[in-house]
Design a protein around this ligand. Sequence first.
Ligand code: BG6
Length: 283
Amino acid sequence: MDGNLKDLALETYSRVVTAELRINELVQERLSFGDPLWRFFTVYLEPRFLFNLVIPMCGIYSQALLTRLVFAVGLASTLNSFAKWILPEQRPLWLLREMYASSVRSPSPGVALESHPLSCETTAGMPCAHSMCFTVFTLTIWMFLSAHAHSGQRWLAGTVAYGLIFCMWLSRLYLATEFLHQCVLGTFIGIQAIGALQQNADYLWSRRRRWAVTGVLLLGGLAAAVYFAKLNLDVDPHWSVREAFKWCPDPSYMRHEASPIFYLVRDLGILMGIALASPLSNL
Ligand SMILES: O=P(O)(O)OC[C@H]1O[C@@H](O)[C@H](O)[C@@H](O)[C@@H]1O
């Protein structure tokens, strides 16, 4: 019974992702006129660029906004890196090439996807980091600016924010780095994370430095524990890097600073900065 259920779940999953490959193909075929725009979203609105340039620039407008953005996007990015680290999922190009390369999986999906230098990601797919962090970034700004806006202005700004998030999905689908469900879930988790941060804002912002630093160190311990647990279970912790090496058309497209461990260290570094500045309510 258990075996049947597992087979059914695997078969359903396989059907869904195969159908989703067609969505990637459709976006590539129909929306190629927007190529520069899709590249812009992926390159200039990605989490690293947000942390390095866009969020500090927002600080020119307001320091309160800067603090909120670093806190919210930093937490969202860490959550995302942990999800990819603990439970990695395929990306469309990896799956497609594996389907064509393997004689076991048939019939072949009959889909052709173009790959770009930007398609060579070395982390796992789920949930989409670009969609998740950009959702948190956009909605945090929207909430901050809406505080003193009329309902009409709020509605207009909200529509623009969701339109931009949708463009980020199209960008990731166009570059065939993500399946649609990975983009949708990235945004969904981002929205849930913002809700949870809002509800617990007083508690989180009043944490003393000692507790915040201990929390970040524990997260570092969790990341290391996952690494050793996977080794023990004979699961490759660097599975996503191997997949990228296997299926990327040109290994020079890959960046060493894009590996899961690098992103975990980057995100925990950002969180450690926040922890050292705690309690945030004093800023
Ligand atoms: O999950 P995505 O959207 O394909 O992004 C992969 C990586 O892309 C990088 O550009 C980001 O800096 C990382 O945070 C992210 O994990």
